[in-house]
Design a binder for this molecule. Structure first.
Ligand SMILES: Nc1ncnc2c1ncn2[C@@H]1O[C@H](COP(=O)(O)OP(=O)(O)OP(=O)(O)O)[C@@H](O)[C@H]1O
Ligand code: SF4
Ligand SMILES: [Mg+2]
Length: 369
């Protein structure tokens, strides 16, 4: 793996919630001991059931939240210990694309003011330069520059998400985190926004961290995937390797929960998840998945498994993954359109070159949205 742009070390976030009146405080272990390295230029996806801590992890990574324990290193430096001026610079390097394009844009601000705001906050350019940049950014995300004078409510969900993306790009970030960036959009619009994110990533040499429920989106977009369960990472693998043969019993079940498109393979899918996700305020001892795992042994209930190297860049947190073996995985995805395939091939070749020369992948490609 090339030098990480970002690293999480022993990261924990515990929320203490208090019931009204005399209730005892409850500690929610939303993120509970995560170690992770994100490589420069990659798209890393985080998947897992609702409530497993994906959004909390994303917010910790860009310091929208401070950890209870552990640290986040950006460019090798602990972001919690950065002096004020460097923290400001960090804020322009790391940007967030929110899930809900309806509530994340202030309805009283024009689109132009919304996209300009981060530039003003970071004192980038003078007013005329910023206005010109707003026009360029709107065009780049597939909107007309004169939309700058309108208000968010005049736009569709997809257009609003494009405005949110233009706003996130305004400070020239190096790393973009999308928390379910397309899940609030109509299916027909999702692919356009995903294509846009991929083009922008290529054009601006961005690193992307994407949280997505839709595993088809994850498979399409990401280079690597981290599977989370109850605040922990249970498997980290290259996307294709994970989808072809998930190793951790939870990953097997998560992938098995997707209906297989090929009817002849449906019977081979592993049993989909059964039972509810245990509460993150009282996680099971030992392996947190043991209450739902078909392979659990006595050891699993007593001893917490750590992420271990499973070969070819894969890590798995399971005592028995060697003897359990990989799950059947999913059939290959439908072939991409030839022009999209060419773009991917070009990008991967450029990424490989950049990894060896240290150059960034800053080149414009055709826009297909
Ligand atoms: N500010 C908070 N105070 C108390 N508990 C919180 C807070 N934020 C998150 N949690 C709890 O932490 C756990 C993880 O929440 P988080 O939002 O990170 O999950 P998620 O994986 O993003 O879920 P989803 O897929 O539904 O968005 C949940 O049990 C949630 O209720
Ligand atoms: S450690 Fe045990 S309970 Fe946990 S996933 Fe592996 S087999 Fe299942
Ligand atoms: Mg979330």
């Amino acid at each position: 793996m090339s030098a990480p742009i970002m690293e999480a070390v022993g990261l924990r976030k515990h929320f203490v919630t208090r019931r009204p009146l005399f209730g005892a405080p409850t500690v929610v272990r939303a993120v509970d001991g995560i170690d992770l390295r994100i490589a420069q230029g990659e798209t890393f996806a985080i998947v897992g059931e609702s409530g497993c801590g994906k959004s909390t992890l994303a917010r910790l990574l860009i310091r929208l939240l401070d950890p209870t324990e552990g640290s986040v290193l950006y460019g090798g430096r602990d972001i919690a210990a950065l002096p004020r001026e460097e923290m400001r610079r960090l804020r322009s390097d790391l940007q967030f694309v929110f899930q809900d394009p309806f509530s994340s844009l202030n309805p009283r601000m024009t689109v132009g003011a919304l996209v300009e705001e981060p530039m003003r906050a970071h004192e980038i350019g003078d007013p005329a330069q910023r206005r010109a940049q707003v026009g360029r950014l709107l065009e780049r995300v597939g909107l007309r520059p004169d939309f700058a004078n309108r208000y968010p409510h005049e736009f569709s969900g997809g257009q609003r998400q494009r405005i949110g993306i233009a706003r996130a790009l305004a400070t020239g970030p190096k790393l973009l985190i999308g928390d379910e960036p397309v899940s609030a959009l109509d299916v027909s619009v999702q692919a356009q926004v995903i294509n846009l994110l991929e083009d922008l990533k290529e054009e601006f040499g961005l690193t992307l961290i994407v949280i997505a429920h839709d595993l088809a989106v994850v498979r399409h977009m990401s280079d690597r995937v981290g599977v989370m369960y109850l605040g922990e990472l249970v498997e980290v693998a290259e996307a294709e390797a994970l989808f072809e043969g998930p190793q951790h019993p939870y990953s097997r079940a998560l992938l098995g929960a997707i209906p297989a498109p090929d009817p002849s393979r449906r019977g081979q899918a592993p049993a989909a998840l059964t039972g509810d996700l245990p509460s993150p305020s009282a996680p099971p001892p030992g392996c947190r998945f043991h209450t739902r795992c078909p392979f659990a042994t006595d050891r699993c209930a007593a001893e917490r498994p750590v992420l271990r190297d499973a070969g070819r860049g894969r890590q798995v947190a399971c005592h028995h993954f060697e003897s359990i073996g990989a799950g059947p995985g999913l059939p290959p995805p439908p072939a991409r359109a030839p022009h999209v395939e060419r773009r991917f091939a070009l990008y991967r070749a450029r990424s490989a070159r950049a990894a060896t020369t240290g150059a960034t992948t800053r080149e414009t490609t055709q826009q297909e949205v």
